[in-house]
Design a protein. Structure first.
Length: 262
């Protein structure tokens, strides 16, 4: 049977070494809260040491500083999950994920240069929320079909999961200087509204996907991700990405995502 946590990804971090993010099997239905610990060991079989605090309903972790390694500079990682029903272990992953050490360090330097460019030349800090495709299921789902019955559910915001988003994860990004304007019907369907579309260049510490949410920390404005393109990668590991985002209306429930998460 597929493990509850079938994938753990280790990707470069431009500043502190490693970023870990993971997936939970979509059909897993234990009640929440779901708590995670990132652990490291010098061998694939242990002894396991916690390197993160307890993370509740969070899908990614950035290490807070350099990790102690053995003489071979090798560690192995896993994620431990606790729910009210039990404890689950992820697969064990090698220290540099799908890259070797040289490629990993090269990727980290590419990301470092990109972030330096953003910090010095007009970039901004942004918070990223990943829309849930796993997690405790919302009670608005149909008990037979599993379909979401209320697209405006105040608990899951139409995602079918509670919390509706995982995050936030803070990174640097650069917005395009020129916005595109798109028109469409408003929520009530009795009028037309105009929305602004932007592109954002950012590092791929956490790979983005359609329907994720981005917040410009300085302005407080929220955006929905419409599409994502990988700009730079090594062996299919994304390093730099570009997101096309749509500015959310001030009445959009996504503005309450910070209050709903957790």
């Amino acid at each position: 049977m597929t493990p509850v946590i079938p994938r753990v990804h280790v990707v470069p971090d431009y500043n502190k070494g490693f970023v870990y993010h993971w997936d939970v099997r979509p059909d897993f239905e234990d009640p929440g809260p779901w708590q995670f610990l990132v652990q490291a060991a010098e061998t694939p079989s242990g002894d396991w040491l916690d390197i993160s605090p307890v993370l509740t309903n969070v899908f990614a972790y950035r290490a807070s500083g350099p990790l102690r390694m053995n003489k071979s500079f090798v560690l192995y990682f896993r994620v431990l999950m606790r729910t009210p029903n039990g404890i689950y272990e992820s697969v064990v992953v090698s220290p540099y994920g799908d890259l070797d050490r040289r490629e990993f360090l090269l990727g980290r330097d590419i990301m470092r240069v990109e972030v330096l460019h953003h910090r010095k030349l007009g970039g901004v800090e942004i918070d990223v929320w990943s829309t849930s495709n796993w997690g405790p299921r919302c009670d608005c789902r149909d008990p037979v079909t599993g379909h979401v019955r209320d697209s405006k559910c105040p608990k899951c915001l139409g995602t079918g999961y509670n919390p509706p988003y995982h995050g936030p994860f803070r990174v640097w990004g650069a917005f395009s200087t020129d916005s595109q304007h798109q028109t469409g019907f408003n929520e009530s369907g009795d009028g037309v509204t105009e929305r602004k579309a932007f592109t954002i260049d950012l590092v791929a510490s956490v790979p983005m996907k359609k329907n994720d949410v981005v917040k410009d920390v300085r302005s407080g404005k929220m955006y929905h991700v419409d599409s994502v393109a990988v700009k730079t990668e090594i062996r299919r590991v994304p390093l730099l990405q570009q997101c096309t985002v749509m500015e959310a209306a001030t009445t959009d429930p996504v503005y309450s995502v910070e209050d709903r998460n957790g």
